[in-house]
Design a protein around this ligand. Structure first.
Ligand code: SF4
Length: 335
């Protein structure tokens, strides 16, 4: 940008002004950049174009949760969700079109990987959902979770750049503590996060602490075995001193026995965790939710071990705790 500005005889500081229009004020047209001269705006318009995402579809659930389908400049689509809850408004955003990890319980995985999202496309989801939050609830987004479509740590550079935009003084100035990145367990990238001084929250979609069973549910386990993941999480904690959120989708007869709970407890011993137990809302006949008595026994086992456990029950709220297509499916069943 600076070299372009020089080529049209503009001062380099204009780049900072343009950056603030893009990332602080969320402009999506050069003509809105009113502290730039008319001639510079025209030059920008002649040389650059916006490839902004648009909302193609909006589906509201009974509890106020809104799912959005975003259309990207090349016609691809991703999803995001606006989740209102007591005292906060949360956006769940996507990091990839499709996902290469093919978790057995997730419809996004069946799409396969289509392409990475550019950091501006990730930011666009935030920008559009924030506008909706202001319009629907009269307040901006308070929290952002990277739990939509895709595996954020397989799009590391774009995701990190988008987090920088959301937290920078020249961007949205959100506190990093309001942002959570969720991974299926890409161990080397978790180590990289620790080395890069990542300040936002980290959630791991563990869903099972038994190697063979997890590999069936989440093939990523074959690439990054549980032991490797555990070592990466220990390393992450040693560098950041942060507690790690463990997401655990409870599936009847698959990962919900007290022996599974014991394995989960054992697995999490090396670092402090908060466990989010997610009740599965059946969307087909492949998996079924755990009955109440099994859920209760599972949770009781963990709480008796003094673990911090939350149960995601509400259909709107639990959208925070799962990957993208589960959200889509839930909302579809509600409308
Ligand atoms: S659950 Fe998440 S990581 Fe797994 S396939 Fe779905 S989007 Fe990808």
């Amino acid at each position: 940008m600076v070299s372009f500005l020089e080529s049209v005889n503009e001062k380099p500081f204009r780049a900072k002004q343009i950056g603030e229009w893009l990332w602080k004020k969320g402009a999506s047209r050069f003509e809105d950049m009113t502290n730039l001269s008319v001639s510079l705006r025209a030059a920008l318009d002649a040389h650059f174009s916006f490839q902004a995402a648009d909302i193609e579809e909006e589906v509201k659930a009974g509890d106020g949760t809104v799912k959005f389908v975003f259309r990207l400049h090349d016609g691809q689509k991703v999803e995001g969700v606006l989740i209102p809850s007591a005292g906060r408004t949360t956006a769940c955003i996507s990091s990839q079109v499709g996902c290469p990890l093919r978790c057995a319980f997730c419809a996004t995985g069946t799409m396969g990987f289509i392409r990475q999202l550019h950091y501006a496309e990730i930011f666009d989801q935030y920008r559009l959902i924030n506008d909706k939050s202001l319009a629907n609830f009269g307040k901006p987004l308070s929290n952002i979770v990277y739990m939509g479509m895709g595996e954020p740590l397989l799009n590391y550079d774009n995701v990190m750049r988008s987090v920088e935009i959301l937290t920078a003084p020249w961007g949205q100035q959100l506190s990093p503590s309001r942002i959570t990145l969720s991974t299926a367990g890409v161990a080397p990238a978790i180590r990289r996060l620790a080395d890069d001084g990542f300040k936002a929250g980290l959630a791991v979609s563990l869903h099972c602490a038994d190697e063979l069973k997890r590999a069936k549910l989440m093939p990523v386990t074959e690439l990054h075995p549980l032991k490797t993941l555990q070592e990466a999480l220990s390393y992450y904690h040693s560098k950041t001193n942060e507690r790690i959120t463990i997401e655990y989708l409870l599936l009847n007869g698959l990962n919900d026995s007290t022996d599974d709970a014991r394995k989960l407890w054992e697995y999490c011993k090396p670092f402090p965790v908060k466990i989010n137990i997610i009740e599965y809302n059946a969307t087909g006949d492949k998996f079924a939710p755990s009955p109440a008595y099994r859920l209760e026994a599972f949770v009781n086992y963990l709480t008796n071990k003094n673990m911090v456990v939350n149960i995601r029950r509400s259909k709107g709220k639990d959208a925070q705790a799962a990957c993208g297509q589960l959200v889509q499916k839930r909302l579809k069943t509600e409308n």
